[in-house]
Design a protein around this ligand. Structure first.
Ligand SMILES: Cc1cc2nc3c(=O)[nH]c(=O)nc-3n(C[C@H](O)[C@H](O)[C@H](O)COP(=O)(O)OP(=O)(O)OC[C@H]3O[C@@H](n4cnc5c(N)ncnc54)[C@H](O)[C@@H]3O)c2cc1C
Length: 467
């Protein structure tokens, strides 16, 4: 049912005078996606400031079949948070940190708290919440849960799903399901939280969560390595894991073109290695023991050189140098901006198939568009690579974009052949709906639809997303 003036008046009264906005200028930042890909529209922005009000609002919407788009920080990259006529429900005012339990190593907080605020709260108590994204100043806990966000330390700590112990959810019928118990063991039937994590707002509104905290390793060591192949990068990963155990926290692949374009296009960066190497690895370790930290990284790099896996390496000698390595890695997306049209794919394959994937997908891309520039980088430790293809220098960008569908199909065919996923991070949203259908089996789609129908029978929660 479409929303009418009477509904709007009732919704405003549920939310109270400060709990909504409808002025076009005030709504603008909520309706614009940061890369300008989607422009939305909504009859009203709802800003409930409690679970109770969220529940009353969703109950009202369920009774009147009013569709809802949930939004956290609006940093999602697949369009799921931008309404097209639905009521927009922002969690911005659900912004309280409830408790930090040091002995249980858990943080209980509302969904609208930003990731940066959550990390700061943990840090203040001498603990670590290890999820970290470039968007963390704006991305919210509800958003990272709903997209099961990853980041650079998945290798050591897991993704958001692995970092969550409990949830509170307002279901699509407006009921409140509260399981903010912080239990590490609970074998009492279906683990419902996993349905809502990664659901992109299609099953209910996450209003609060219990997150896992960890001791913060006091000593961080990082290094930059030059390699001749992705195959050697995979062998290096195995060697580092075997020799340093759980200390390895970041293992990021960067192509030489990535270093070149970052130095050229993003001020303040310089190449870490004296000579170019086709592939480079940025690694970071977190240690609790100084003696271990002092010798181990040098020893493992020497062994890697003896085995011929690494041709050159620099260990950061200061905090400033370590920060410079990290900055270069974080600048890789911005580095591509001045290089014309780009086609981006955020995929994953089993780590053991990654070298083969990059090799075969690069070959296919060059066969379809000769001289295109493959710019593949990412979280190799998770089998997750940002497989980007830049237009050949001097080519008309529109002509390159016209080849986009063929290039993407070729990339996804390789992903599929190697048992991978077309969305390693970010989710499906609006952007990747067609790919979801080609990737999942009929049985899997039927099961997903059955879950959606059971939990959201009137299809009011983010109705254009996923299906
Ligand atoms: C510069 C930059 C870097 C990024 N880096 C990474 C990265 O390394 N790894 C990664 O995984 N992602 C990354 N992202 C993507 C983005 O930050 C994540 O998707 C983030 O998790 C979204 O959080 P948000 O609060 O902005 O959610 P939004 O963008 O507002 O929403 C995302 C989705 O979640 C739903 N949603 C939001 N809140 C709720 C809620 N409380 N209940 C139910 N549904 C909800 C929305 O409907 C939408 O479908 C990056 C984005 C940017 C802009």
């Amino acid at each position: 049912m479409s929303i009418n003036d009477e509904h709007l008046a009732d919704i405003k009264s549920i939310l109270g005078s400060k709990g909504w906005k409808e002025d076009a200028d005030e709504l603008l930042p909520y309706l614009h996606e940061w890369r300008d890909r989607w422009q939305g529209q909504t009859p009203l922005l709802a800003l409930p400031d409690s679970t109770k009000k969220t529940s009353e609002l969703v109950s009202f919407c369920a009774r009147h079949s009013i569709k809802i788009t949930p939004q956290g920080g609006n940093t999602g990259l697949v369009g799921g948070q931008i309404p097209q006529g639905e009521l927009l429900l922002s969690t911005k005012c659900l912004s309280r940190i409830h408790t930090l339990d040091v002995e249980n190593a858990t943080l209980t907080l509302e969904a609208g708290v930003t990731l940066a605020e959550a990390r700061a709260a943990a840090r203040e108590a001498g603990l670590l919440f290890p999820l970290s994204l470039a968007s963390e100043g704006t991305a919210t806990i509800g958003g990272v849960l709903s997209t099961n966000a990853g980041g650079m330390e998945v290798l050591r700590y897991g993704n958001t799903r692995d970092l969550t112990l409990g949830l509170e959810v307002v279901t699509a019928t407006g009921d409140v399901w509260s399981a903010l118990n912080g239990l590490r063991k609970d074998n009492t039937g279906y683990d419902l939280k996993h349905l809502f994590i990664g659901a992109e707002g299609t099953l209910g509104i996450i209003t609060a969560a219990v997150l896992k905290l960890f001791p913060e390793p006091p000593i961080r060591k990082s290094a930059w390595c030059g390699l001749t192949s992705v195959k050697d990068a995979i062998l290096l990963l195995a060697l580092m894991r075997a020799k340093t155990g759980n200390a390895l926290s970041k293992f990021e692949l960067i192509p030489q073109i990535g270093v070149d374009y970052t130095v050229k296009n993003v001020p303040g960066n310089q190449a870490p290695l004296a000579k170019p190497s086709p592939w480079q690895i940025f690694v970071e370790f977190g240690f609790f023991d100084q003696t271990q930290a002092d010798g181990l990284v040098e020893a493992v790099l020497s062994e890697a050189m003896e085995q011929g896996l690494v041709e050159d390496a620099v260990i950061a000698q200061s905090h400033t140098q370590a920060e410079a390595f990290l900055r270069l890695r974080e600048s890789l997306s911005a580095a591509q901006k001045n290089e014309g049209a780009a086609l981006k794919h955020d995929i994953s394959v089993p780590v053991s198939s990654l070298a083969r994937f990059i090799d075969e997908a690069s070959g296919e891309a060059i066969r379809i568009v000769p001289n295109c520039r493959v710019f593949a980088f990412g979280h190799v430790g998770d089998g997750n690579v940002h497989f980007n293809i830049l237009q050949p220098p001097g080519m008309d960008p529109d002509e390159f974009t016209r080849q986009g569908a063929r290039l993407t199909q070729a990339v996804y065919d390789r992903v599929s052949a190697l048992g991978g996923s077309v969305s390693a991070e970010h989710g499906i949203g609006i952007l990747k709906k067609p790919e979801l259908l080609t990737q999942k089996s009929d049985v899997e789609m039927q099961l997903m639809r059955a879950v959606k129908t059971a939990l959201d029978p009137d299809n009011i929660m983010n109705p254009r997303v996923l299906f």
